[in-house]
Ligand binder design. Sequence first.
Ligand code: GTP
Ligand code: SPV
Ligand code: MN
Length: 590
Amino acid sequence: MNYKTRNRSLNRWIEEAVALCKPERVHLCDGSDVEYDELARGLVEAGKITPLKKRPNSFWCHSDPDDVARVEESTFICSEREEDCGPTNHWQDPKTMHAKLNELFDGCMQGRTMYIVPYCMGPVGSEFSIVGVQITDSVYAVLNMKIMTRMGKPALEHLGEKGTFVPGLHSVGVPLKPGQKDMFWPCNLKERRIVHFPEERRICSFGSGYGGNALLGKKCLALRIASAIGRDEGWLAEHMLILGITNPEGEKKYIAAAFPSACGKTNLAMLQPTLPGWKVECVGDDIAWIRFGKDGRLYAVNPENGYFGVAPGTSEKTNPNAMRTIERNTIFTNVALKPDGDVWWEGINGAPPPGLISWLGKPWTPESGPASHPNARYTVPSRQCPIFDPEANNPDGVPLSAIIFGGRRSSTIPLVFESLSWQHGVFLGASVSSETTAAAKGEVGKLRHDPFAMLPFCGYHMGDYFSHWLEMGKRGKNLPRIYYVNWFRKGADGRFIWPGFGENCRVLKWIFERTSGSEEGKLTPIGYVPTSLDLSGLKLSQEESLLSVDKEAWLQECEELKSYFKLFDPRMPKGLLQELQQLKERLHSS
Ligand code: GTP
Ligand code: SPV
Ligand code: MN
C-alpha cells in the first residue's frame, strides 16, 4: 500500500484520513484506463453494475431508492461567521461541525478500501486550474470522477511538491464488520450531510453516493468553494453552460447561460440548430469559471472534463448530439434496462418496450411508476461530444459576447428579452425564479427564487455575491450583454407555447445579431424584446403570447421581489434596489 505522493501536505492529510477512517486498504488512483477497467470489473463481479451489450465500455447501475439527488437541506456552508454564510444557505459553527464530522468519519471505512483521488478542475498546467483531492470509499464515485475530471497522475503532476489542493473527504458512511455483507448501494441516509468550509477551502461529504453529493469536484469544489475563491480573487464561478455559435457567414461568438438544475443547460449547450447555416459547438454544459482577459473582456473556462447529464427527455429529436456522445464509455445511473442489453428512459423514443427492468432493479409494470428515475443521469467524457468546441480546452477560456439567465416559468416571463445595462442585467440574474425539479430532493414544480441559478451553489452570502457581480461590471471592457430567456411559458391549454430544443437557435440568432448591433429590438418596461424574431417555417398556435409583457403580472413580480430582496438586508446592494424601483416606475408609466 504505497500511497506516498511528492506533496508533503497531501501526504500528511492522507495519513490523518487513514488514522481517522481506518480503512482496510488504501489505493492511490493513477487515473489510467487500466485502473478504471479493473475497478469497473470489480463492481460487475459484485453484481453492482451491469455491462451494456449495446454500448462499448458502458454500464448500467442503480442507486438506493432514497439516494437519487442532491440534498439541499443537508448541505452546509460552515463559514467562521454566520452572517458570511447568508440567509439562503444552512450554517453551522465550524468547530461544532468538525467535532460532529470527526465522530461520523471515525472508523467509517472499516472493511473497505480508501481511494485517494487527485483531480484537476480546469486544464492541467493552467495557472487558473484548481486541484482537489477526494478521499472516498465509493468505487462508483471514483469511476465517475475519472470521467468528470482530469484525474490521477496528471493532477498530481500539476499539484507538484508545493502546490495547494482542496481536500474533500467523502464516505458512504457504512463501515463493514469482518464477514458482514455489504448493502447493494451503501449509503447512510440518517447521517447524510454535504459540508463546506469556505475559509479553509475544505469539503466533507458523508452518507450519500449520488451525483453532486459524492462527486466533489462538481458542485462542492467548482461552485461552492470556487465561488468563495472567486470573490476573494476577483473572478466568478457560475452554474452556466458555455457554447460557441457561428452564423452562416462564418462569424463565431461565445455565449454562457445560467439555468437552474434540470432546466435546459445541457440541451442548449449541445443544440442542433434548425435554421440553415447556423452552427453551435459545446464548451461546457454545467459550470463556467469567468475572469477578465488581458483585453479587459470576460473569458469563460469549463472546469469539468465530462457531462453528468439528465437522461429522461434526451432523444434523437430533442438532443441528437447527446445521443451520439453517450454511445460508448458511459455510466448510466437510475435509467431502465432493456432485455437486449441497452438502456431506456421516458422520452427516449415512444412507449416503454416489453421486458424492461426499472431503475429499481425490478421488472417494470405500468403500475410501478416511471421506468427511469426523473433524475436518472449519464456520465460521459466531454470529448465524445460530436460538436465539442475546438477551444474547449483553451486554458485562457473563450471570450463571452452574451450571458443568458433563465428559469422554468409557466407564466409572465417572455421567450427572450435584453437588459438595459450591466446593472440591469445583474438585477435580472438576481430576480430568477424557477419551478423546482427532480435534480434535488423535495417537491417538484414549486416556484421558488433561484438567483443566478446559484441558490444551492453559492458558497457565501448571496447579497455579497450580487455586489461581486456589480463590481465585475465596473472593471471590464466590452462586457457581454445580458439576456433573460424562458422556454417554458404555457398557453391557456396548459402546453408549452415554444417548441424549444433545436428551435431555441432562433433566440440565439436574435441574441447573436443584437450583440453585433444588426438586429432590431423594441423597448418595453422590462427591457428590449425582439421585433423580428426569425419564426420562418414554424407553426405556433399562440404566437401572440410568446413575447407579451403583462403589466399586472410584472407589477406582482416586483412586489414579490421586493419582499425577497429584504432577506439580504443589510447586504443587499443599493444598485439592485434602484433597478427594482425603476422597473416599477417604467411599468406604471407604460
Ligand atoms: P442539470 O444537469 O441538472 O444542471 O440540468 P440542465 O440544466 O443541464 O438541464 P437539461 O438540459 O438536462 O434539461 C432538463 C430537462 O429539461 C430535460 O428533461 C429536457 O428534456 C428538458 N428541456 C431542456 N431544454 C428544453 C426546452 O427547450 N424545452 C422544453 N420544453 N424542455 C426542455
Ligand atoms: C445539478 O443539480 O445542477 C446537477 C446535478 O448538475 S448534480 O451533479 O447532482 O448536482
Ligand atoms: Mn447542473
